[in-house]
Design a protein around this ligand. Structure first.
Ligand SMILES: *Cc1c(COP(=O)(O)O)cnc(C)c1O
Length: 398
């Protein structure tokens, strides 16, 4: 299919763009011995999990459902051809094809833990209380257990909702609440504090972590540095990241993990939309078949103005328009942009950098149809991977 034959709205993920990112990440793994996992929270287009598995070391999940998705679509499929017993557990699959399945959640239920130990090889707990609540089961399963710590080092400006080190954060055990007496069987430590940040902030955070928790590393097998590393952004300082990874390996001899989400699919996708109408109220307002509230909620939550192909800042080009949705929410506005020529009804408009934190966050508020999902191959040919309909709206209600 050609790109302009795809239905709208449609998320389109690019093979070339994805491979570009994966090659950078694979380079870091190869040079440093660190393992990189896909954080599915940011990007769960499982159609491309087999491609991702060719480059990365596995996936990490924010709970049972994501863990199961990686198990089914990244690990089980990969091993199915090679392993006779198709019900083989993740740990055995891992030995066959090299993919790991990690999970972290602030709290697991007992039922979830029963299933998690059959599909995950690494389980990260957010508290010693959770570690103990589930000890009997993870201990028996042979999965590797870790504790998430809070290095109490805020390096983000402005976005308190993305800062796990903000005051009263529930994410990770602080040094004050750390229980060395309960570390029996614990093999790893985990911290995740960054969001879209460069390696200088990671170095700062590692210093704080090392000062407070470094004494426990000699008894650990692994250390997970979380996500939020903007590794595939052109201005990312890869050298400083790799220096840190060499340092950790040389001093503590632990397996280091990184679990970026955003960096895996940064700038690797678009949201193609169509202009359904144009109304006037002080300025031209384009009514699109895409919605900020339903299809790209981070535009309102973060908030930010997503990049638009062939458009400029307001007043930079000949005509400035407001781009808005066809929901009833007055604030469902994507932003103001300028164009060389006034867009027409029926014209396609494309938002960039729409692979991450978009597809995973869609909803059908206001009865909005969900965007289709497509995959654009390196030669430009597009595969329509999935379409949605009324059933998807009705199916989550009763
Ligand atoms: C969100 C999250 C990630 C991925 O973060 P990105 O900013 O997408 O790289 C990794 N690990 C944990 C624990 C997370 O919560």
């Amino acid at each position: 299919m050609k790109r302009n034959e795809l239905p709208t709205p449609c998320f389109v993920v690019g093979e070339a763009e994805l491979k570009h990112n994966l090659e950078i990440l694979a380079g870091v793994q190869k040079r440093t011995g660190a393992k990189i996992l896909l954080a599915q929270k940011a990007f769960s287009m499982f159609r491309v999990y087999p491609l991702i598995a060719e480059y990365l070391s596995g996936a990490c999940a924010s709970g049972l459902y994501e863990a199961r998705l990686a198990y089914e679509e990244m690990l089980e499929k990969q091993s199915a051809g090679q392993v006779e017993n198709k019900t083989i557990k993740a740990r055995h699959a891992k030995e066959k094809m090299g993919g790991e399945n990690h999970v972290f959640s602030p709290a697991y239920t007992a039922e979830e833990m029963q299933e998690i130990v059959t599909i995950c090889d690494h389980i990260v707990f957010n508290s010693f209380s959770q570690l103990e609540q589930h000890r009997a089961i993870w201990r028996k399963s042979g999965a590797s257990a870790g504790i998430r710590v809070n290095p109490a080092c805020s390096t983000q400006e402005g976005h308190a909702i993305y800062d796990p080190c903000a005051p009263f954060s529930r994410l990770g055990v602080t040094r004050e609440n750390f229980r060395p007496d309960l570390l029996e069987g614990v093999e790893g430590l985990h911290f995740h504090t960054l969001c879209e940040q460069n390696s200088d902030d990671l170095v700062k955070t590692f210093d704080a972590f090392e000062r407070d928790f470094g004494e426990f590393l000699p008894r650990m097998k692994w250390l997970n540095l979380g996500g939020g590393h903007h590794i595939t952004k052109p201005d990312y300082d890869l050298f400083a990241l790799e220096e840190l990874l060499y340092y950790i390996r040389a001093k503590y001899d632990v397996q280091v993990y990184l679990e970026p989400g955003e960096a895996v699919a940064l700038n690797a996708g678009w949201l193609d939309t169509c202009v359904l109408d144009i109304v006037q109220n002080g300025m031209p307002i384009l009514i699109l078949d895409a919605s900020a509230a339903c299809h790209m909620p981070d535009v309102l939550e973060m908030p930010y103005r997503p990049p638009l192909v062939n458009a400029g800042e307001p007043n930079e080009k000949a005509v400035t328009c407001r781009l808005a949705a066809r929901t009833c929410l007055a604030g469902d506005v994507i932003g103001d942009y300028s164009f060389d020529q006034m867009p027409k009804i029926g014209e396609r408009i494309t938002f960039s950098d729409m692979a991450i934190y978009s597809m995973v966050k869609t909803n059908t508020f206001n009865g909005m149809p969900l965007p289709s999902i497509a995959y654009q191959r390196e030669d430009g040919d597009c595969e329509l991977v999935k379409t949605f309909g009324y059933e998807d709206f009705k199916g989550r209600l009763s």
